[in-house]
Design a protein around this ligand. Structure first.
Ligand code: ATP
Ligand code: MG
Length: 140
């Protein structure tokens, strides 16, 4: 059964370009409720750990360097079918392949600087939410 929470990060390129408000507005308008929210900056070790499933891949060093290069905004979002529906809203990894109206089509600079993260499974949504938020930072 699908759970109803997912974890997003607005990535450093989008924060740097002043897109936090526009992206949060799209998220809210798409029916997601924000249950946790913070601006923070990942250390290199944080970013390595968050994306450790990609360790050994050609883009891993660029990925963790970029993700720790500036502030991000992390949020836990609630909605029926949250993981799948949020991946649909985010769009394909490469913005050139992303559908019209998706966050990456609208706001990504490139495949590696693609503006927004979304969890890819319910298990990872839970792991990633715990990575960013303590229990008292989550509002039911
Ligand atoms: P995210 O996990 O950030 O939401 P995703 O699930 O669409 O993105 P993943 O396969 O998990 O894509 O890859 C994580 C991130 O690594 C991507 O968002 C992208 O920035 C980067 N990445 C993935 N594949 C490539 C690639 N072939 N070349 C460059 N960067 C890549
Ligand atoms: Mg992913």
């Amino acid at each position: 059964m699908a759970t109803n929470r997912t974890l997003t990060m607005i990535k450093p390129n989008a924060v740097q370009k002043g897109l936090v408000g526009a992206i949060l507005e799209k998220i809210a308008a798409s029916g997601f409720r924000i249950v946790a929210l913070k601006m923070t900056q990942l250390t290199v070790d944080d970013a390595k750990k968050f994306y450790d499933v990609h360790e050994g891949k050609s883009f891993y060093e660029d990925l963790y360097t970029f993700m720790s290069s500036g502030p991000i905004v992390a949020a836990v979002l609630e909605k029926d079918n949250a993981v799948e529906d949020f991946r649909s809203l985010v769009g394909a990894t490469d913005p050139a392949a992303a559908a019209e109206g998706t966050l990456r089509k609208l706001y990504a600079d490139s495949k590696s600087r693609n503006a927004v993260h979304g969890s890819d499974s319910d298990d990872n949504a839970r792991i990633e939410s715990s990575f960013h938020f303590s229990r008292r930072e989550l509002f039911v």
